[in-house]
Structure formats: C-alpha cells, structure tokens
Design a protein. Structure first.
Length: 104
C-alpha cells in the first residue's frame, strides 16, 4: 500500500464531492487535522473508519486502498455476478414450483 497514493485518492474524492476537510471531518467524527494527515499520506484511516469513509466519498474500500478507481470494474463485475446468481436462483425456484403445481 502506498500511503501517499491513498491520501491523494482520498483528497481527490473529497474534492470531487465538493466538501471541505472540515465537513468531511464532521461526517467522520474526527478532526480536520486527521483528514489533512490522511490526505498527505502521513497516517491512514483505521479499519473502523474505512467503510464509512468509502461511503461518504462514494467509493469502495478496494479502490481507496489501491489508490485508484481501476478496481471499480472489479466491484461492478462482482455485483453483476451476484445479481446473475440471484436471477438463476429465482428462475430455478419458479421452475420447481411450476413442476410441483403441475404434479398436484
């Protein structure tokens, strides 16, 4: 993990979201100094803060820790596969119910 790259990513996402360090600090329940340290790569957010930070910044933990959005495609692929699996399950369930209905 490159803390400088992660910090730059956090800063970029914050700027894209049009929020100040102070506003992000309030949402994260930390000081603006902490946000500044995260963005400069001096310190990384602890594991408890990562999920909330990802939600606030509209990104994923994977993207944040990699320091780029190239993993967004992977996240979308995983979501699509999960959705396809749900569809297959529902179709299978419908087929089973139709067979049971026909038999009785």
């Amino acid at each position: 993990m490159n803390s400088k790259k992660i910090g730059a990513f956090i800063q970029g996402k914050r700027i894209d979201a049009k929020i100040t360090q102070e506003e992000l600090a309030k949402k994260m329940h930390v000081s603006s100094t902490t946000i500044d340290k995260w963005e400069k790569g001096k310190v990384l957010p602890d594991i408890k803060k990562l999920e909330k930070l990802a939600i606030v910044l509209g990104t994923s933990i994977v993207e944040m820790l990699s320091g780029d959005e190239s993993n967004r495609d992977m996240d979308l692929l995983i979501k699509k596969l999960k959705f396809k699996n749900k569809i297959k399950y529902i179709i299978s369930l419908i087929i089973v119910l139709v067979i049971i209905f026909i038999c009785f």
